[in-house]
Design a protein around this ligand. Structure first.
Ligand SMILES: [Zn+2]
Length: 510
């Protein structure tokens, strides 16, 4: 399954909806197929801000029937930017975030779509007004760029500085809840998750989706829990693994609900209260719940108003702490599991089947992420640049680490602390057992900047697998980890020194 930030090409049929998300860069040169090129000036458009525009530039290698339009995530045309016959060359048009009637479009992911059908040069070029309607897009070349229209930007000092893990619940062999008409929760979750991922990508955030099609995440199937069985627990274990590998800042699991009683309904947002960062998850849960409720009130009808089920604690596998043998690698970042609406409630099922409602829910998650990130007390990100995998216990090794300032304030007077935990302890879920093994000063880092640092680490004893935690401290000694910035985890195995010490007093450990 993909762990990369960019979404691969795929097609999914959910509820008869055809949502095609093609793998095209959102900024700069887009799909450069034979004869047709498209680039856009930016991928984020602040909604309803006068003067804000996205410039689109189309390059034609030869004469063609050309169409340039803005479509919503479902492919419906929002605005025609050009339609007619063009000679080889470039065409520039811009979009101001309004539809054909001049109305500001709703928030969401949009596509700028260029399509062309080559015409023989002998036919020449006629004025656009006389042109025949261009042939369907399926017959010619198509290039697309995705853009995000939103009121509130997820703050990215630089594209790719913030990573959000999105887990559309169930999928493949697991349907999740199934409505009386056969609607599958897995399909709804995926559709909402992909809409959210597209919006985040357009705003410069790396979105890592555990699955981008109706498939299992643990694919090819592996025994991730090392219990000799490949079962549903491995399918669940694969999801935190995706988020942890991506070093995501947040984990958002998207679900919808079911109950025996058809009248039960309303959104709930769940988090785990057994994690050291539970306070952060609780805050995220309250924000998500409020945003989802607001979004649903916006699509409410006289016959239906969302019932408030609140932000609640619940020990879902993907949110829980280390719990061997079933759960060996818990999520290492604040996270929530959102239960949107009930497929078992006829009114709510009717809503869930509408693309505009799923869009509204995706926008709600988008806003919640933006609000949470803006309110973090620290905004530190990390990446491991180089690390030895094996060091003799007691020796000093150098780790190269990148520290990123994901916030809007400069980092001045910060320190990077390194502690070691036995790899079997579930790592950062239990910081009590950590021993300090290194650290160094962090130089000044401006917002949206990164520095690479060599950090000396004394390899811990005894010889065994360890997890090193790199966690920044603010000038007052406050731990970035406690302030909402997940630490960097680097595995390290310490081995017995090659030559046993020959001096000093031999102290038997055993
Ligand atoms: Zn579910």
């Amino acid at each position: 399954m993909p762990q990369a930030g960019r979404l691969p090409t795929f097609t999914t049929h959910a509820l008869g909806l055809l949502l095609i998300l093609a793998a095209v860069p959102t900024v700069g040169q887009s799909a450069d197929e034979a004869g047709l090129g498209l680039s856009v000036s930016r991928s984020y458009l602040p909604r309803a801000r006068d003067g804000a525009r996205i410039a689109a530039r189309v390059r034609l290698d030869g004469p063609a029937e050309l169409r340039l339009r803005v479509a919503d995530a479902d492919g419906r045309t929002v605005r025609e930017l050009f339609r007619g016959r063009r000679a080889a060359g470039t065409l520039a048009r811009s979009w101001d975030g309004r539809d054909e009637d001049g109305q500001v479009v709703p928030e969401g992911p949009y596509r700028i779509v260029a399509s062309s059908v080559a015409v023989p040069p002998a036919q020449g070029v006629r004025p656009a007004a006389q042109a025949d309607p261009p042939a369907p897009e399926s017959e010619g070349q198509v290039a697309e760029a995705w853009v995000t229209v939103a009121d509130r930007r997820v703050y990215p000092p630089r594209p790719g500085f913030i990573t959000i893990a999105i887990d559309p619940g169930h999928g493949g062999s697991l349907d999740g809840a199934v409505g009386p008409d056969g609607t599958r929760e897995a399909d709804l979750n995926l559709d909402i998750g992909l809409r959210l991922a597209r919006m985040l990508e357009g705003a410069g955030v790396t979105a890592v989706v555990t699955r981008t099609s109706d498939s299992n995440v643990n694919e090819p199937p592996l025994d991730l829990t090392a219990d000799g069985l490949i079962d549903e627990t491995d399918e669940l274990a694969a999801r935190p693994d995706v988020a942890n590998r991506a070093r995501a800042d947040l984990f958002i699991a998207i679900h919808n609900n079911t109950a025996v009683n058809q009248s039960v309904g309303g959104p709930a947002t769940l988090y785990s209260d057994e994690r050291t960062f539970s306070e952060r998850s609780s805050r995220l849960a309250r924000i998500v719940q409020a945003e989802v409720l607001t979004a649903l009130r916006g699509v409410a009808t006289d016959a239906w108003q969302p019932y408030e089920r609140k932000a609640l604690t619940y020990p879902y596998y993907v949110l829980r702490d280390y719990d061997p043998p079933r759960l060996l690698r818990p999520t290492q970042m604040p996270g929530v599991l959102s239960e949107g609406l009930f497929l078992s409630n006829p009114r709510e099922l009717r809503l869930l089947k509408q693309p505009r409602v799923r869009q509204a829910m995706a926008v709600a998650y988008y806003h919640a992420i933006a609000e949470y990130l803006a309110g973090r007390e620290s905004h530190v990100g990390y990446a491991s640049i180089s690390a030895p995998s094996e060091v003799a216990a007691g020796e000093t090794a150098t780790f190269e680490v990148e520290v990123r300032n994901q916030g809007t304030e400069p980092m001045r007077g910060w320190h990077l602390a390194v502690s070691a935990l036995p790899a079997t302890s579930g790592s950062i879920g239990r910081p009590g057992g950590a021993q300090k093994v290194g650290g160094r000063r962090i130089p000044f880092v401006a917002p949206g900047r990164r520095v690479r640092l060599d950090v000396q680490v004394a390899a811990p004893e005894p010889a065994q697998p360890w997890v090193l935690l790199f966690d920044a401290r603010d000038p007052d000694g406050g731990r970035a980890y406690r302030q909402g910035s997940p630490p960097l985890e680097v595995p390290l195995t310490t081995v017995e020194p090659a030559v046993p010490p020959t001096q000093g007093v031999a102290v038997a450990r055993w």
